[in-house]
Design a protein around this ligand. Structure first.
Ligand code: SF4
Length: 421
């Protein structure tokens, strides 16, 4: 049986599709990444992954084309995990795998229906919970490593926190890490073999385990550089000498999820983050590129909450000139999260079809609690927040664009502050 796993087109970047690469390391499958070229396959078993929104739109189109010939289609990924029945009833899927796919896919190929595998039987939806989470296995993707725009690593999977807006705990049912000794050896091997210097960890909450420090400690003499996009203040608030260790180990950039400057909203998000800790850590994070992530548009968010977010951004940037802010993300309600129920109570009407969810993005959805004025503010902050800090250049990787941006900063910064008030 020939198996193809498809990653539908999404966004402009080319992050390695680690979920499919992990699956392909366990079953004999080819991967087609639509960002790299058109989807052409004669496989008789197709796996498609998709997040809600743009990627789902492309996944629907791919599945419609595949439906013109004889083949079985299995859907996985975030969207199929949150709404498996709707995906199956669209007629574009024979099976849905919810949660992590490695074990369910292997079993399904062996003819076994196990946890995580959903399907329709005589039009009845057969639900089988979530895929079993086995131990993390190291996988090489040697033949594809030069294709993607970064060298990606996954040291841990899942997150021990349970923020009410986040899909992590819906998708990943168990938090696990690799063994630091084995994983550091893997990183060294990969760096030497492919002459790679800089790595990007995809972990959602990298420092949630002390093993992260152990891993980086083992790589101190490897002369590598690391970007860590999933950092939670609670996990690093007590770091002292550890911060010097991180600098020595080559950690260059940390992306820190704050979400809101309002203590009230942070409590609602179950974020487990205190603003005093945030300010204190921010002052200690010298020598790193620090990028803070904020969101807006939460149900129940008042003008005071929104202003509090802007004020916290101001303070972070003034107390740490090396800090910057990523585009302000708009809250979007996802089924399965705790905040979704609150959004429904607040008047959010979810799409009633797969196509509706495929068009689900900030410009198309209506959140009744977000006024037209606030929507415009959020959109402006999405475009301009990048230019608020003194040192936004590390967010832009392209050398020419970065140099141009540095030159333009004296002009852009005041405009950004006007737009973001
Ligand atoms: S800490 Fe981050 S990854 Fe973990 S639940 Fe909260 S938002 Fe999600």
């Amino acid at each position: 049986m020939k198996i193809t796993l498809i990653y539908p087109k999404v966004g402009k970047g080319k992050a390695a599709p680690l979920s499919l690469l992990s699956l392909a390391s366990q079953v004999d499958a080819e991967i087609i990444d639509e960002r790299l070229g058109p989807v052409q396959t004669d496989a008789n078993l197709i796996g498609i992954t998709a997040n809600t929104g743009e990627q789902l739109k492309n996944a629907v189109q791919i599945a419609k084309n595949l439906r013109k010939r004889e083949c079985k289609i299995i859907w996985g990924g975030n969207h199929a995990t949150i709404l498996p029945e709707q995906v199956l009833r669209s007629g574009l899927a024979d099976f849905v795998i919810r949660g992590e796919g490695e074990i369910p896919l292997k079993e399904l190929l062996a003819g076994n229906i196990v946890n995580g595998v959903c399907y329709l039987k005589d039009s009845k939806f057969i639900e089988n919970g979530f895929g079993q989470c086995g131990p993390l296995k190291i996988f090489d993707y040697d033949n594809r490593i030069g294709i993607y725009d970064y060298s990606y690593l996954e040291f841990s999977r899942g997150c021990p926190f349970s923020c009410s807006h986040c899909l992590n705990s819906v998708h990943f049912k168990k938090y696990r890490t690799h063994d630091p000794v084995e994983y550091s050896a893997f990183i060294r091997r990969t760096a030497q073999k492919h002459k790679i210097k800089r790595f990007w960890f995809v972990d959602d909450n990298f420092f949630a385990t002390p093993k992260a420090l152990e891993l980086l400690g083992l790589l101190k003499d490897a002369d590598l550089e690391f970007e860590i996009p999933g950092v939670h203040i609670e996990c690093i608030k007590d770091y002292g000498v550890e911060l010097s260790d991180l600098r020595e180990a080559g950690v260059k950039t940390m992306y820190i999820g704050v979400e809101s400057g309002s203590e009230r909203i942070l409590r609602m998000l179950n974020k487990n983050l205190k603003l005093d800790d945030l300010f204190s850590v921010n002052r200690k994070l010298t020598g790193f590129n620090v990028v803070y992530n904020f969101m807006a548009g939460f149900p129940g968010e008042t003008d005071e909450d929104f202003t509090a977010t802007i004020n916290v951004i101001k303070r972070l940037l003034s107390e740490n000139p090396e800090a910057s802010v990523s585009p302000l993300y708009a809250y979007t309600p996802y089924p399965g999260t705790a905040l979704y129920d609150r959004s429904i109570k607040a008047g959010f009407i979810p799409p009633d079809s797969l196509e509706g969810w495929a068009n689900f993005n900030w410009s198309n959805i209506r959140l009744p609690w977000v006024s037209a004025k606030r929507k415009k503010q959020i959109e402006d902050m999405y475009k301009w927040a990048l230019f608020l800090g003194k040192k936004p250049s590390h967010v832009i990787r392209n050398g020419f664009a970065r140099a141009g941006l540095v030159l333009m900063m004296p002009v852009l910064r005041p405009i950004a502050w006007r737009k973001c008030q």
